[in-house]
Write a new protein. Structure first.
Length: 187
């Protein structure tokens, strides 16, 4: 007879997600995961296969958490002003008492940029594609922009969003606000 799990997977995945977010994938050891999640290696392997499987579940958990911000962004109807608000919304939690700074997807993107891990690359790529598509739709609301300008500005904004996520790990609220304001002066 199989034993009943003494933990809720959603809760332990969230704890793992926070640890990966704080430390990155490579520096998060199985020992740290056991300690943070409050379960042993056997339970981790039984539920998630291995550290990699747990990390993939953590990325899915993160995407679910930020889906509220993305849905707000997607459903807004003010064009460029929506993109600017999305930038502010995406760093709003970074200035609260938290060890999680920046964006787990961006952090992962940097950590795995040279990796051939197709599963992680797919998680990152799908997230980035979604954001780019929303940027493009918002920019199209300005009838004075041609297709080439929209494409260039979409690419610029995606890179600016990466920079914002990385910068929010170490810079002050004022510095981040200045970055956002300057970013949108020419969009």
């Amino acid at each position: 007879m199989a034993r009943k799990k003494a933990y809720k997977e959603e809760e332990v995945v969230e704890k793992a997600m926070n640890l990966f977010w704080q430390n990155g994938y490579k520096t998060t050891s199985m020992h740290l995961l056991e300690k943070e999640m409050g379960i042993n290696k056997f339970s981790i392997y039984s539920s998630f296969g291995d550290k990699h499987g747990l990390f993939l579940e953590s990325l899915k958990c993160y995407k679910l958490k930020v889906s509220v911000i993305i849905e707000k962004f997607k459903n807004a109807s003010n064009g460029v002003a929506d993109i600017k608000q999305f930038f502010y919304d995406s760093v709003a939690t970074d200035f609260k008492e938290s060890t999680q700074k920046g964006c787990l997807i961006t952090n992962t993107y940097h950590e795995f940029s040279k990796s051939e891990d197709l599963l992680i690359r797919e998680q990152i790529s799908s997230f980035m594609t979604q954001i780019k598509e929303i940027f493009t739709e918002k920019l199209k609301k300005d009838a004075t922009k041609d297709a080439a300008t929209i494409q260039k500005q979409t690419n610029f904004l995606l890179l600016a969003k990466h920079g914002l996520a990385a910068a929010s790990r170490v810079h002050t609220r004022k510095e981040i606000e200045d970055y956002i304001e300057i970013t949108f002066r020419n969009i």
